[in-house]
Design a protein around this ligand. Structure first.
Ligand code: PLP
Length: 379
């Protein structure tokens, strides 16, 4: 909330977050929306984004770690919060006492959550996670009967309540990928088995942002949206944020720290991977890979400066990089440079930086560093 931020800062438009949540609710009219606010809301700030998402009608919040979920509770955020990334010895008791919904992928986790529930004298809300093909967290189909059986027994003894059955896609960002239909079929099978055994899930869910945007049959009772809440497209194949009805919430801005003339043939930044082709003017942008500007975008990352989109000249360093102004004499020290924001304002986008760095837009926004102040608009 540093309003005097000048070096580099991320403006977060909470109206965009609210608008994106409303757009997602329209995309999934029969499902509840969980706003996934893990990793500090993908770099946007967990607490303000959680509040904005709830304002706009999200009824669940999701985090990866229990610590992230507990921090939301500590900030006074009520309602349903689910977290899914557990390790043995995790804060199960704190989670039970904070009324979190916790994911259980295996018997060890069920044992730990039962013990925590007994110790705290209350019943734990658990959601059984099925591995329908992602091959990451979740219970394999071959182990599902054991896990469901143990969960039903724990429910009978009153230590747990199974509130959800859920899974996660491997390739939802590639519409038509054959694994999608296979995962949906496996999910329906595993769900049907659990229901036959007496599980009555309040929510059944598998859809992330790309599935929410492209695959209505995946919506079930709840959609778990992360990246789309922040107005960023999950994959170029799905379209731009504008085409998806989303608006980017984060604009990464910096102030030009230095403008200077250099002669032709001058090397620029570490390794001299860029050499000026003519007498020219350079601008120094005081943001680097320690701030989350990807070094892999050296020589390619786009920056809006003086009304023109230019490229990083040479290497991105830890704290700064250089832009060749090609003789443009209008850019002044202190001018605003926009690294990414909204294409509707002719700004480069997080998707552009992802392409420049050969990565995904998820990584661009989540890696904006803690040294970069977040400045909130429309709170
Ligand atoms: C991060 C995450 C999501 C959100 O994914 P997006 O593609 O950002 O919408 C949903 N579910 C799980 C399990 C996740 O880890």
């Amino acid at each position: 909330m540093n309003e005097t931020a000048t070096r580099v800062y991320a403006e977060i438009d909470l109206d965009a977050v609210r608008g994106n949540v409303r757009a997602l609710r329209e995309r999934a009219p029969r499902a509840a929306v969980m706003a996934v606010v893990k990793a500090d809301a993908y770099g946007h700030g967990a607490e303000p984004c959680a509040r904005a998402a709830l304002d706009a009608g999200a009824t669940w919040l999701g985090t990866a770690t229990p610590e992230e979920a507990l921090a939301l509770r500590a900030a006074g955020i009520g309602g349903r919060i689910m977290c899914w990334l557990w390790t043995p010895g995790g804060p199960w008791r704190e989670a039970v006492e904070a009324d979190l919904d916790v994911s259980v992928s295996g018997l060890w986790a069920l044992e730990e959550v039962r013990a925590a529930a007994r110790a705290s004298g209350r019943s734990a809300r658990i959601q059984l996670k099925a591995d329908t093909g992602l091959g990451r967290a979740g219970c394999q189909p071959a182990d599902w009967a054991d896990l469901v059986g143990a969960a039903v027994a724990a429910q009978a003894e009153g230590t747990v309540e199974v509130t959800g059955v859920w899974s996660h896609f491997a390739c939802a960002d590639e519409p038509g990928h054959p694994s999608i239909a296979l995962q949906l079929a496996a999910f329906r099978d595993m769900l049907a088995y659990a229901e036959k055994e007496g599980v009555e899930p309040e929510v059944r869910h598998i859809a992330n942002s790309p599935a929410t945007l492209t695959l209505p049959e995946s919506h079930f009772d709840l959609v778990r949206c992360g990246l789309a809440v922040y107005g960023v497209s999950p994959a170029p194949e799905l379209g731009t944020p504008e085409q998806l009805g989303l608006r980017p919430a984060m604009t990464l801005k910096a102030s030009v720290a230095l403008v200077k003339d250099v002669p032709a043939g001058h090397g620029v930044s570490y390794g001299h991977h860029y050499v000026t082709g003519a007498d020219t003017r350079l601008a120094l942008i005081p943001a680097g890979y320690a701030d989350g500007v990807p070094r892999h975008a050296s020589g390619r990352g786009p920056v809006l400066l003086g009304g023109t989109v230019r490229r990083v000249a040479g290497r991105v360093a830890m704290d700064q990089f250089v832009v060749d102004l090609d003789g443009d004499d209008r850019v002044r020290v202190g001018d605003e440079a926009v690294l990414f924001g909204d294409a509707r304002r002719c700004e480069p986008t997080a998707e552009d930086w992802a392409q420049a760095a050969h990565t995904i837009a998820y990584e661009i926004v989540t890696r904006i560093g803690s040294r970069v102040p977040r400045v909130y608009r429309n709170g």
